[in-house]
Design a protein around this ligand. Structure first.
Ligand SMILES: Nc1ncnc2c1ncn2[C@@H]1O[C@H](COP(=O)(O)OP(=O)(O)O)[C@@H](O)[C@H]1O
Ligand SMILES: *[C@@H]1O[C@H](CO)[C@@H](O)[C@H](O)[C@H]1NC(C)=O
Ligand SMILES: *[C@@H]1O[C@H](CO)[C@@H](O)[C@H](O)[C@H]1NC(C)=O
Ligand SMILES: *[C@@H]1O[C@H](CO)[C@@H](O)[C@H](O)[C@H]1NC(C)=O
Ligand SMILES: *[C@@H]1O[C@H](CO)[C@@H](O)[C@H](O)[C@H]1NC(C)=O
Ligand SMILES: *[C@@H]1O[C@H](CO)[C@@H](O)[C@H](O)[C@H]1NC(C)=O
Ligand SMILES: *[C@@H]1O[C@H](CO)[C@@H](O)[C@H](O)[C@H]1NC(C)=O
Ligand SMILES: *[C@@H]1O[C@H](CO)[C@@H](O)[C@H](O)[C@H]1NC(C)=O
Ligand SMILES: [Mg+2]
Length: 685
């Protein structure tokens, strides 16, 4: 083997490192509720403890060893984890997962392999390289004072450690003689006696899962090519009481070594949790393994080289043509300031593929600001809704993107998650979680034979949206004003939970108002009068829109509609009119055929009116709204006159709405409607 090492300089020069760094350290959402946990998807910028030959490559991989003889490398998660709840307590259940790659530019020449381990300290200076894998030495091999638990990925058969072959996975306790080991591979989910073997070297990135259960003291080790789901049957399953091994506080790390035979050992991603499942590592977000040149086949090389060169030239030619085409197809705009938003930036290519080229078949809706497509992200297979918004003003893009990213951090079960964005010339693409049941308006007006919602569902959705809005207004680190609360921005997920969507328009409250911005964002029928006048959105203008939404859901009618004569009918006024007539419940949607909870419906109608009161000061805030809806606070005894005050003053001022608190006057969008109230009366509705 040593003789082949003379080829190294030649081959090293062909070593191409094509890596694209993508580092993510997202909060490990959706993972187990463990005591302590971490997730790395690439390692750039992370505070990993490195020792020996270990480095972090520009592409974001941990490289434990390179092709230098007799070196060892170690890498550790920076802080120890608590494996016991008290000094003499039992070692808790834990779960670890990592993605690794072993590569060699010398064909079959191999390094000694590497280990994942749990150890009491980060000092392994006494450990030897070569077959000791940088973990033990000839003195301490086998000693219980090591307190080391390890998974070895061994690529050389060392008979002194009773290795079974030169491509195996082993469970080690304080020694390199494995407690249990197996040739590398995975069991077929449909035929659990069928083992598909996997080469540890050069077979592309592989993923390992290590699970320990404190009650049964069972240790499972599972291996699979990265990207395929965790196989059901583990490769290795052993019972061993790790309470006799692991210390109260212990470090998690990797170790590797080379001898006369060398190899590159890489770690791409890593996660762990105590008393919970290790957070899922998203394979699409992992950095790529470097390309280490073609595998030479000695004598064949002489024959193959000329052919290969010809093919190469041809391939480059075709490649250039394809690249140019792709360049234009997938062209996007990226600027330096966006680097920090890396994790939230989607490539146009992925979005293009996800929506099969924005095919009409995948179009799910067109709104005021753009078209929405359904897509499935390549790799993660996550269903998303992609919204294309034309965007031309150069100024403000930065602020807008900063906001998109900041909003991407909002997480609540009643808010549609914004996953990220992509920018092209004149166009912004926003990526949201896909909501299987579409928007609320489609369910309210019973289009396409959709069964309309029953009262229970409606009232639940009202409460859920109130919770979502309360979160935006009061429970996040900054006040977020939605600015476009309306039925088509209420989306229903698989389980028919209401979620508030569409933050494309939201501006963060503390960004201040731009006096230049005179145009009002929002939707006719949901706009608070003071917003129309002053153009300043506040949480109370959201409450106004929410009030209209409550009425819309309860009455099953659009906030403004035109009668056959072209007069506009305003829903708020009509509900109020019904109340005046002492027949408030007549306003409830007739499609419910009387099947509703009377006190809930009465509350919804009155609360809807109170929220959409023309005077902002009369409106409750979202916390109060929630208390009324939950019945924690009884709704005040109000009379229709309480509302008429606003309406009357509207009429008295003939086109001018007077805000009594400020005595300033402004045109009201409601004014067009007053002629129509009498029409409504005439209709006898
Ligand atoms: N995340 C999503 N999941 C599923 N459907 C969506 C999603 N976002 C939007 N839609 C659908 O696309 C339509 C258009 O949305 P949008 O462009 O926001 O316009 P608007 O809200 O004004 O109707 C919505 O009515 C809704 O049916
Ligand atoms: C490999 O690692 C060793 C030890 O860290 C270092 O001295 C050497 O320069 C590295 N070789 C290459 C080719 O990077
Ligand atoms: C833990 O066990 C050791 C030996 O069994 C004993 O000396 C020590 O006091 C125990 N510590 C605690 C905190 O129980
Ligand atoms: C390493 O330790 C194990 C367990 O004590 C022992 O069986 C084995 O012979 C040791 N091997 C070497 C090379 O020291
Ligand atoms: C698993 O087994 C099924 C049925 O026996 C077979 O069709 C499939 O190809 C196998 N998968 C692998 C990865 O070997
Ligand atoms: C399962 O795999 C084993 C080993 O490859 C084979 O002998 C057996 O026939 C397979 N069974 C089925 C049902 O495919
Ligand atoms: C080990 O795997 C078996 C078979 O899938 C499973 O029943 C058991 O719960 C697993 N144990 C742990 C600790 O994950
Ligand atoms: C272990 O056993 C305890 C009590 O018997 C139980 O509460 C706990 O859920 C079990 N833990 C696991 C991981 O099975
Ligand atoms: Mg919308």
């Amino acid at each position: 083997m040593a003789s082949t090492a003379s080829m190294k300089p030649v081959l090293l020069s062909t070593l191409l490192v094509l890596t694209i760094g993508l580092t993510l350290n997202l909060p490990a959402s959706g993972a187990g509720e463990g005591d302590e946990q971490f997730l790395y998807t690439g390692f750039t910028g992370h505070n990993i403890i490195l020792d020996g030959a270990a480095t972090i490559t520009p592409g974001g991989l941990i490289e434990l060893t390179n092709e230098t003889f007799r070196i060892k490398g170690h890498a550790f998660h920076p802080a120890p984890m608590s494996f016991r709840r008290s000094p003499n307590g039992t070692v808790q259940s834990f779960s670890v997962s990592f993605v690794f790659g072993i590569m060699s530019s010398f064909g079959d020449i191999r390094g000694h392999g590497f280990t994942f381990f749990i150890a009491p300290s980060t000092d392994l200076s006494a450990a030897y390289s070569i077959q000791f894998l940088g973990l033990f030495n000839d003195k301490n091999n086998g000693s219980t004072s090591n307190h080391i638990f390890a998974i070895e990925l061994d690529t050389i058969q060392n008979t002194e450690f009773s290795d079974i072959d030169n491509n195996h996975v082993g469970i080690d306790v304080n020694s390199l003689n494995s407690v249990n080991s197996s040739p590398a591979g995975f069991y077929n989910d449909s035929n659990s006696s069928m083992l598909t073997k996997l080469p540890l070297i050069g077979g592309g990135p592989l993923q390992i899962w290590v699970d320990y259960d404190m009650n049964s003291t069972e240790i499972n080790v599972t291996l699979a090519p990265v990207g395929i789901p965790k196989p059901v049957k583990p490769l290795l399953s052993t019972t061993y009481d790790l309470s006799t091994v692991i210390t109260e506080q212990a470090y998690l790390g990797f170790s590797s070594s080379t001898g006369l035979s060398t190899g590159h050992h890489y770690v791409l991603g890593w996660s762990s949790a105590i008393n919970g499942a290790a957070p899922t590592i998203d394979p699409t977000k992992l950095p790529k393994l470097p390309y280490l040149g073609p595998k030479p086949q000695s004598t064949l090389l002489v024959i193959l080289l000329p052919i290969a060169s010809a093919v190469f030239v041809l391939a480059v030619g075709i490649g250039v043509v394809l690249m140019v085409r792709r360049h234009f197809r997938y062209k996007e705009v990226r600027e330096d300031w966006e680097v920090e938003y890396g994790p939230h930036r989607f490539s146009y290519k992925d979005l293009y593929r996800a929506t099969k080229g924005f095919k009409d078949k995948y179009l799910i809706g067109v709104g005021g600001f753009g078209s929405v497509y359904k897509g499935v992200l390549p790799g993660s297979k996550l269903e998303v809704a992609v919204k294309r918004v034309s965007y031309d003003s150069k100024q403000g893009v930065k602020e807008f993107v900063a906001e998109v990213v900041s909003i991407g951090h909002l997480q609540h079960r009643n808010v549609v998650q914004l996953l990220g964005y992509c920018r092209r010339k004149g166009e912004l693409l926003l990526v949201y979680d896909y909501m299987a049941n579409g928007s609320l308006d489609k369910h309210l007006y019973g289009q396409e034979g959709n069964a309309t919602l029953d009262w229970g569902q409606r009232f639940r959705i009202i409460k859920e949206i109130a919770l979502g809005l309360l979160y935006l207004h009061e429970e996040w680190d900054r006040v977020v004003i939605h600015r476009d609360v309306k039925a088509s921005n209420v989306l229903l997920d698989k389980e028919m939970n209401g979620r508030l969507g569409d933050f494309g328009l939201a501006r963060l409250y503390d960004h201040g108002t731009d006096p230049q911005t005179t145009h009002v964002v929002g939707t006719i029928g949901y706009l608070a009068p003071e917003l129309v006048h002053r153009g300043k959105a506040t949480p109370l203008t959201d409450v106004f829109s929410f009030g209209v939404l409550i009425l819309e859901v309860t009455c099953g009618q659009k906030p403004i509609k035109e009668d056959p004569e072209g007069n506009q009918l305003v829903l708020t006024d009509w509900v109020l009119h019904n109340w005046h007539k002492e027949s408030l419940l007549d306003a409830v949607d007739t499609k419910l055929q009387g099947n509703y909870n009377i006190s809930e419906a009465r509350l919804a109608l009155k609360l809807g009116l109170l929220c959409s009161h023309p005077f902002p000061n009369a409106r409750p805030n979202m916390r109060q709204v929630m208390q009324y809806l939950d019945g924690d606070v009884t709704f005040p005894e109000l009379l229709p006159a309480h509302f008429s005050f606003g309406m009357l003053s509207l009429m008295q001022n003939e086109g001018q709405l007077v805000d009594s608190s400020r005595m300033s006057s402004y045109p009201s969008p409601m004014m067009q409607s007053f002629g129509s109230i009498s029409n409504l009366l005439a209709d006898g509705r």
